[in-house]
Design a protein around this ligand. Structure first.
Ligand SMILES: Cc1cc2nc3c(=O)[nH]c(=O)nc-3n(C[C@H](O)[C@H](O)[C@H](O)COP(=O)(O)OP(=O)(O)OC[C@H]3O[C@@H](n4cnc5c(N)ncnc54)[C@H](O)[C@@H]3O)c2cc1C
Length: 384
């Protein structure tokens, strides 16, 4: 068992930390009131190799391991939870392109993602199908060398500002379930695409919205994976993003905990710093313990991935445990600030709202527990 980082991992973790402390953390609150992420900032992250270095060099990456990707996501999220969607979605979508797209497609779009030139969204959810995503309805009809897409995706992160979306569509019959679904890389400037942005309680910088497809022509060269196998093949990438989401949440909780330990040593009540009272320090100590447990689970999951070992159950554990634990940790931190924690000018309320979104996004806790049960006892634990 080896818990130490390699010198290369330390170097890239330190680069991400410095960038996060210097450029992200000071503007975290103000940034969320912007409608869009500053593309110059994204390009800067690309220049530093902080978006998707896990991709191979032929796709614009550095060929780094998944655990190093986790270190980057954790550090970026510590400074600005919402900016950490950039490496998260960059790495997830980039790996899907590399594994299931043609070499030309992976090279072109991988390089654009890694350099910060392009943002990719992942479009799975529809108005009628979220948890039960295999029943999706958006239609892709083969027509000559193209597919023609019609339908709506909703609740998609980056919908209004992404350059392209990995889009799941039905190429088979509705009765085929997951087996009739294919995946496509759809440039969002294609004729017939329209997007909206929702007014959310958090993560406005990322933005969540619908993508409407009206007779959108997509060349067959932009299909990812085999026809009808998109769901089963491409969804395997979610084991990666679930561990990274866990570390996003760890980063946010870490920031609130560090700030709160500092605060409780300075704030005085009853003649001494409030850090003197167990009622103040024990909730923080508990949060420290839980978040360290979550953190270890996330890195173990990424390590398993790097070894080529199964990690579906562990990834689902990260995905339900981390956002819930981070929410509770940040909630404790907010309360330890007393009245000073209740203002809109504190980072804790912003983190609370941002982290809450990931108790739903990428699958709810119930669905994650269903996956864990399925991994342990098989399909008897699945309600369909
Ligand atoms: C911040 C955020 C970002 C998102 N980003 C994206 C994105 O980028 N791309 C994308 O495609 N989607 C995205 N989503 C959508 C998200 O993945 C779905 O909202 C989620 O999968 C749940 O689907 P649903 O909303 O349709 O809920 P439903 O499926 O309608 O579920 C409603 C409730 O019922 C529960 N439930 C459903 N089925 C079961 C069951 N079998 N057993 C027990 N409980 C069950 C659920 O857990 C939930 O509590 C995002 C959502 C949020 C909030």
């Amino acid at each position: 068992m080896e818990f130490a980082l390699t010198p290369d991992q330390e170097r890239i973790r330190d680069a991400a930390r410095t960038f996060s402390d210097r450029f992200l953390a000071p503007e975290y609150l103000q940034r969320d009131s912007a409608e869009r992420i500053d593309r110059e900032l994204v390009r800067e992250m690309g220049t530093l190799g902080l978006i998707a270095p896990v991709l191979p060099e032929r796709a614009g990456g550095l060929g780094l391991d998944s655990a190093t990707m986790g270190l980057i996501v954790e550090e970026i999220a510590r400074g600005d939870f919402n900016v950490s969607y950039v490496p998260l979605l960059g790495a997830l979508n980039g790996q899907i392109l590399v594994r299931h797209g043609s070499p030309e497609l992976a090279a072109e779009w991988g390089a654009r993602v890694c350099s910060g030139e392009a943002l990719l969204a992942l479009a799975l959810t529809e108005p009628e199908t979220g948890s039960d995503a295999a029943r999706l309805k958006l239609r892709a009809r083969a027509d000559g060398g193209d597919y023609v897409l019609n339908g709506e995706k909703t609740s998609i992160s980056f919908a209004h500002q992404a350059d392209a979306a990995i889009t799941f569509a039905r190429t088979g019959d509705e009765g085929d379930g997951a087996h009739g679904v294919s995946a496509f890389l759809v440039p969002l400037d294609s004729p017939g695409v329209h997007t909206t942005k929702f007014d959310d309680m958090g993560s406005n910088l990322v933005g969540r919205g619908s993508i409407f497809f009206e007779d959108v022509r997509v060349p067959a060269a932009l299909r990812l994976g085999e026809e009808g196998r998109g769901f089963t093949q491409v969804m395997q990438g979610f084991d990666f993003s679930r561990a990274l989401i866990g570390l996003q949440c760890v980063g946010a909780a870490r920031a609130s905990l560090d700030e709160t330990w500092q605060y409780v040593t300075e704030r005085k009540a009853f003649g001494s710093p409030i850090a003197r009272f167990e009622g103040v320090t024990f909730p923080l100590a508990e949060a420290e313990t839980v978040m360290e447990g979550v953190r270890l689970l996330c890195y173990k999951t990424l390590w398993l991935r790097d070894q080529g070992e199964p990690h579906t159950a562990e990834a689902a554990m990260c995905k339900w445990w981390a956002p819930k634990s981070a929410f509770e940790a940040i909630h404790s931190c907010l309360l330890m600030h007393g009245h000073a924690g209740y203002g809109k000018d504190t980072p804790h309320q912003q983190r609370l709202r941002d982290v809450l979104g990931l108790q739903i996004g990428d699958g709810t806790a119930q669905i994650m527990k269903l996956i864990i049960a399925r991994e342990r006892v098989g399909r008897v634990a699945v309600p369909y």
